[in-house]
Design a protein around this ligand. Structure first.
Ligand SMILES: NC(=O)c1ccc[n+]([C@@H]2O[C@H](COP(=O)([O-])OP(=O)(O)OC[C@H]3O[C@@H](n4cnc5c(N)ncnc54)[C@H](OP(=O)(O)O)[C@@H]3O)[C@@H](O)[C@H]2O)c1
Length: 232
């Protein structure tokens, strides 16, 4: 394994094989980070695994398989400055009466988006440097005041995620580690669809630019990808 540039800032990104995740990987590489990116399935991660960069490691991890997180945590040798919990699922944009809101599909959304993030932070926080930043990729769909009744479990999962973020900001306060969440914009990915407003590159470059501007006093806050504050 090729590491060593302990002087490089490091970023750990879950769900790094496609969508916003892989754009964050590319943007981090362009900014000379040490990059740790996770994927679940080798077959649909070829683009990620073909990236050639000396200071990147790609690790197999499923956020809802605790053993897979523990397994990689035994092999991580680099400390982490930015822990970006990006992996997420959306069961669909229907209402509670639609097939995409079956109990099974709703449980999966809560499991991945909420518990998966908690497990990731729980098992990887030991690698966080002093002054590290825990960043949860949430969604504006999770704000309490909203119109519309569609995607209700996805909304609820992101509302819960923002609540978790506040608890994490309290939990890690004494280690001088901050936690916040970001809405990445409406982004053209498999989840966002082709009609979304911005490209993955636009989202990722603005996200990283704003990650780098975060201060400890931003802990517990929810930001838009352009750095503006969102009430939640
Ligand atoms: N796109 C948007 O407009 C938008 C808007 C607001 C918020 N977001 C949030 O932004 C994040 C990224 O979204 P995206 O648009 O890039 O979605 P995407 O294209 O559907 O990609 C989702 C990523 O999450 C990974 N993932 C899903 N379940 C996982 C699990 N159990 N363990 C590990 N990785 C898992 C996927 O891996 P596989 O390839 O293995 O499935 C994939 O890498 C999500 O949290 C999403 O809720 C997106």
């Amino acid at each position: 394994m090729a590491f060593t540039s302990n002087n490089l800032k490091s970023i750990f990104i879950t769900g790094a094989n496609r969508g916003i995740g892989i754009a964050l990987v590319r943007e981090s590489i362009a900014r000379n980070y040490y990059v740790l990116g996770t994927f679940r399935n080798q077959k649909n991660s070829k683009e990620l695994l073909n990236i050639k960069y000396e200071y990147a490691e790609f690790l197999k991890m499923d956020v809802i398989d605790e053993n897979s997180i523990l397994k990689i945590s035994r092999n991580i040798k680099h400390s982490i400055d930015y822990l970006v919990c990006n992996a997420g699922v959306n069961n669909g944009f229907g209402t509670l009466f639609d097939e995409d809101h079956s109990q099974k599909k709703m449980l999966e959304v809560l499991n991945v988006n909420v518990l998966g993030t908690i497990l990731t932070v729980k098992h990887l926080s030991k690698f966080l440097n002093k002054n590290a930043k825990i960043i949860l990729i949430s969604s504006i769909l999770g704000v309490q005041k909203h119109k519309g009744s569609n995607a209700l479990i996805y909304r609820a999962s992101k509302a819960a995620l923002n609540n978790v973020m506040v608890s994490l900001s309290e939990e890690f306060n004494s280690r001088s580690i901050m936690a916040c969440s970001f809405h990445p914009g409406w982004v053209r990915t498999d989840m966002g669809g082709p009609n979304a407003h911005i490209s993955t590159k636009e989202s990722a470059s603005s996200l990283i630019y704003n990650f780098e501007k975060l201060k400890f006093s931003d802990s517990g806050k929810f930001f838009n990808y352009d750095g503006s504050l969102i009430n939640f």
